[in-house]
Design a binder for this molecule. Structure first.
Ligand code: CTP
Ligand code: MG
Length: 418
C-alpha cells in the first residue's frame, strides 16, 4: 500500500467552452485521439501521487469518470469525480468539499491547460507552505497599451506584470476559509490566487510553463494539436540535431499473482512477471534504451526501489516520465524498436494495440514491438521468464534545457530578446 498523499489536485473541467465553440463542453473536445480532459489528467497522474478530484459539468459525470479511469490506471483509488457549478469559483468549491481529511496542500488546476508538464505540478506542490499560496507565471512578452475604443491612451509598464497560470497551490485550511469568506461576501474572483490574497494571505510566484497555456479559442486548440502531432511539428531542429542511439535490455521471471502486464497491456489469465513495478520488461528495456541514448543514466537510478512512488506503476507512467526527462534536456525521440524472447503471451494479435499504447506514452514517437520464441532454448524457451532488447534513437536538438517544456530559460530568453 502506498502512503496516503497529503496533496490534492482539483481539476476544474465544468466549463462550457463558449469561446472554443466546439459543440461539446470544452473538457471533452479532442486534441488528438484524446480529449482535453484526458491530456490534463495524464499530466496530473504523471506527477507525484496526490488525491485527484475532477469537477465535471452536470450531466457529464460519467464521461469524466471514463477519462479519469483511463488516465489514473491503478491510482484510481486516489481519484473521484464531482459535479461543478455555474461559475469556476463554484466548481472549485465543489472540489474542495470532496477532499480527504489527510490533505494539507491543495492545487487547483484548469483542465483547459491540458499540456501542463507534470514537473510544474510537482514544483507547485513543493513550493506551498502552511501560510503561502503558489502561482506559476510567465513574463508578459507583448508590449501593452491602455486603450479606449480605438484610441491608444498610453503605455503600460510590463516589467511589473506577469501572466498567471495553473496549477495554483495553497495550504488547504486557509484556502477553505478564504472560499467560505468569498461565498459569504458574494465576491467572484478570476482565479484562486486572487481569492486567497483577498483573504490577506501571501502568494509567491514560480516560473510557469509555455506548455501550460489555456486552450480557450480554436487557435489555442490548433496550437495544442501542433505540439502533439510529431509529423506536423516544425522540424527545423532536425537539420542540426545530432542522432544518438541507445540500447536497453531487461529480464523478468514469471512469478507472483494477478495478471501479466507486458508492453503496456494487461493480459488477463497470463501469469505475471515479478518485479518492483508491474514487471513490464518491454517497457523497462525501452526506458533504459531511451535514457542510455540521452546519456541520462538508467532505470534503476530514476525509478528503482529508492522511488517507492513507482511501485506497481505501469508502462505509461515510466515512459511518459522518461520522455519528459529527455524533452527537458532538449532531446526528441526518433523511434524505439523492441523485441522480446518468450513463449508467451501470444503477442501478434495485440501487437498493434501494444504499439499504440507505448507510442502514445512517448508523445507519438513510433514504437515497434516484435516477439520471438527461442526454439525451446534457455530460460525463455523453458517459459521461466522473458528477455527483452530495445533500441532507441533520440535527437539532441541542442536547444537549451527547458526550451519548449520548462520555462525558466525560455522565459529568460524572451526577456533578453524583448
Ligand atoms: N470551469 C469550471 N466551471 C465553470 C467554469 C469554468 O470548472 N463553471 C473550468 C473550465 O472547465 C476550465 C477552467 O475552469 O478548465 C478555466 O475556465 P475557461 O477556460 O474560461 O473555460 P470555460 O468556462 O469552459 O470557457 P468559456 O469561458 O470560453 O466558456
Ligand atoms: Mg470561462
Amino acid at each position: 500500500m502506498l502512503p496516503v498523499p497529503t496533496a490534492a489536485i482539483i481539476v476544474v473541467a465544468a466549463g462550457s467552452g463558449t469561446r472554443l465553440d466546439a459543440g461539446a463542453p470544452k473538457a471533452f473536445v479532442g486534441i488528438d485521439t484524446h480529449s482535453i480532459l484526458r491530456h490534463a489528467l495524464d499530466g496530473v497522474f504523471a506527477a507525484a501521487p496526490a488525491q485527484v478530484v475532477v469537477v465535471a459539468p452536470a450531466g457529464f459525470e460519467g464521461d469524466a469518470e471514463t477519462e479519469l479511469r483511463a488516465a489514473a490506471g491503478d491510482r484510481i483509488d486516489l481519484a473521484r469525480v464531482v459535479t461543478g457549478g455555474g461559475t469556476r469559483q463554484e466548481s472549485v468549491a465543489a472540489g474542495l468539499a470532496a477532499l480527504w481529511g489527510d490533505v494539507s496542500t491543495v492545487l487547483v488546476h484548469d483542465a483547459a491547460r491540458a499540456l501542463t508538464p507534470p514537473s510544474l505540478i510537482d514544483a507547485v506542490v513543493a513550493a506551498v507552505d502552511e501560510r503561502t499560496g503558489v502561482l506559476p507565471t510567465l513574463p508578459v512578452v507583448d508590449t501593452l497599451k491602455h486603450v479606449d475604443g480605438h484610441t491608444v491612451v498610453g503605455p503600460v509598464d510590463r516589467s511589473a506584470l506577469a501572466a498567471a497560470q495553473t496549477p495554483q497551490g495553497f495550504p488547504r485550511a486557509l484556502l477553505e476559509a478564504a472560499y467560505a469568506q468569498a461565498a459569504r461576501d458574494g465576491v467572484e474572483y478570476t482565479d484562486d490566487a486572487a481569492l486567497f490574497a483577498a483573504a490577506g494571505h501571501p502568494v509567491q510566484r514560480i516560473d510557469g510553463s509555455a506548455r501550460g497555456f489555456k486552450i480557450t479559442t480554436p487557435d489555442d486548440l490548433d496550437r495544442a494539436r501542433q505540439l502533439l502531432a510529431p509529423s506536423s511539428r516544425p522540424d527545423t531542429w532536425a537539420l542540426t540535431a545530432a542522432p544518438r542511439v541507445g540500447v536497453g535490455t531487461d529480464v523478468h521471471a514469471f512469478g507472483g499473482t494477478g495478471n501479466l502486464w507486458l508492453a503496456g497491456l494487461e493480459w488477463p489469465g497470463e501469469q505475471p512477471l515479478s518485479g518492483h513495478s508491474d514487471g513490464d520488461a518491454v517497457a523497462h528495456a525501452m526506458v533504459d534504451a531511451l535514457l542510455g541514448a540521452a546519456g541520462l543514466g538508467d532505470i534503476g537510478e530514476h525509478f528503482g526501489t529508492a522511488h517507492p512512488e513507482y511501485a506497481g506503476a505501469h508502462a505509461e507512467v515510466f515512459l511518459a516520465r522518461t520522455r519528459e526527462m529527455l524533452v527537458e534536456r532538449g532531446f526528441r525521440i526518433g523511434n524505439v524498436s523492441v523485441q522480446f524472447q518468450g513463449n508467451r503471451p501470444r503477442f501478434s494479435a495485440r501487437r498493434i494495440e501494444a504499439e499504440g499504447v507505448l507510442s502514445a506514452a512517448l508523445g507519438g514517437a513510433p514504437v515497434s514491438v516484435a516477439a520471438t520464441t527461442t526454439d525451446g532454448l534457455g530460460f525463455p524457451g523453458r517459459a521461466e521468464g522473458i528477455a527483452v532488447t530495445a533500441v532507441a534513437i533520440v535527437f539532441d536538438t541542442g536547444l537549451p534545457p527547458g526550451a519548449g517544456h520548462g520555462v525558466s530559460t525560455q522565459a529568460t530568453a524572451e526577456r533578453e530578446q524583448s
